[in-house]
Design a protein around this ligand. Structure first.
Ligand code: GLN
Length: 250
């Protein structure tokens, strides 16, 4: 039995679209394998101490909430980058994903500073990109996985040439509706627009994050025991089907 320490960034601001549900999934899937998730909130004015957390989570929020926390988060940027460099896993969703990049030029024309973990910039467009999404991801060489979710963002995210996307868009808009890519991945850190509810529908990603977090705990290369996941696969299939029916990259 191992303890996994999670830093939940700004749960009081960035908490739309099932962010607590994602944490609940991590907690249950860890507990079913005999591990205990300890969730520590890290919000405005709190210190982010590199080395304290095995996994960091930052959820989605609208421009207003993002503007409220962006300067505080940018001030924690060095610590966040050091945490990921030190092997911590990270999941950043939607508004949190945008702020893990270099900057977000929001809908009112204000440039919000980012953490600079992911090599990307985001600029708000006039039309929101909304709907079911299906991605093809390969986080481990040779292991292709489907990720199904829902996106709702005005931001268009442009990845630098050097950036690695989380996945290829099979159906939906993705980062900018044009590149055919979605999200970003660096080491054990994943950023994505897919939310509501991402991890309940994609338990493989929850396990990938938990395995990375356990490895950083010093457990070596951890492979979690598979779970039956019948309901989870059904939920995944419903979301994937809806995205496929929507069709293509748009
Ligand atoms: N405010 C951002 C956008 O609309 C993020 C939205 C969100 O987190 N759902 O692009």
């Amino acid at each position: 039995m191992s303890r996994i320490v999670v830093g939940h960034l700004y749960p009081d601001y960035l908490n739309i679209y099932a962010d607590r549900g994602n944490i609940a999934v991590l907690e249950r899937r860890a507990a079913w394998r005999g591990h205990r998730l300890e969730v520590r909130d890290v919000s405005v004015g709190d210190d982010l101490v590199p080395g304290e957390h095995d996994l960091l989570y930052i959820g989605g929020g609208q421009d207003r909430e993002q503007a409220l926390i962006a300067p505080d988060l940018a001030a924690k940027g060095e610590a966040a980058r050091a945490a990921v460099d030190g092997g911590a896993a990270l999941l950043a969703v939607c508004g949190g994903y945008q702020l893990m990049g270099r900057s977000y030029l929001d809908g009112s024309g204000e440039r919000l500073p980012g953490v600079g973990l992911f090599p990307l910039e985001t600029v708000a467009g006039s039309r929101r990109l909304i709907g079911d999404v299906l991605l093809e991801c390969e986080l481990e060489p040779g292991e292709r996985r489907a990720l199904a979710g829902f996106e709702n963002h005005a931001g268009r995210t442009l990845l630098d040439e050097s950036g690695t996307p989380l996945g290829r868009v099979v159906a939906g808009f993705g980062n900018d509706g044009e590149s055919g890519f979605e999200g970003c991945r660096i080491g054990n850190a994943v950023g994505t627009y897919l939310h509501g509810p991402l991890l309940p529908r994609n338990p493989w990603l929850a396990d990938w994050l938990l395995e990375r977090a356990l490895s950083r705990r010093g457990e070596g290369d951890v492979m979690l025991e598979p779970l039956p996941d019948e309901l989870e696969h059904e939920a995944h299939e419903v979301a994937a089907r809806r995205a496929r029916e929507r069709g293509g990259r748009r």
